[in-house]
Design a binder for this molecule. Sequence first.
Ligand SMILES: [Zn+2]
Ligand SMILES: [Zn+2]
Length: 64
Amino acid sequence: MCNICRQTPCPSMCPNADEPRAVYICSNCGETIREGEDYLSFMGEQVCMYCVEELTYEAEYIED
Ligand SMILES: [Zn+2]
Ligand SMILES: [Zn+2]
């Protein structure tokens, strides 16, 4: 049993938790996309959700 969080296996917020395996590298920021994480696959490229949010805009109708 882990002596920090007292759980087996460690939850992801525990510093002893195993890092999930890296599966892809984000084509936009170069960060690793790890097992179990959401990502966007587009035209053969993988983009992490952080970048997806950065690249997503809400359409707003602006009256003038
Ligand atoms: Zn732990
Ligand atoms: Zn990214």
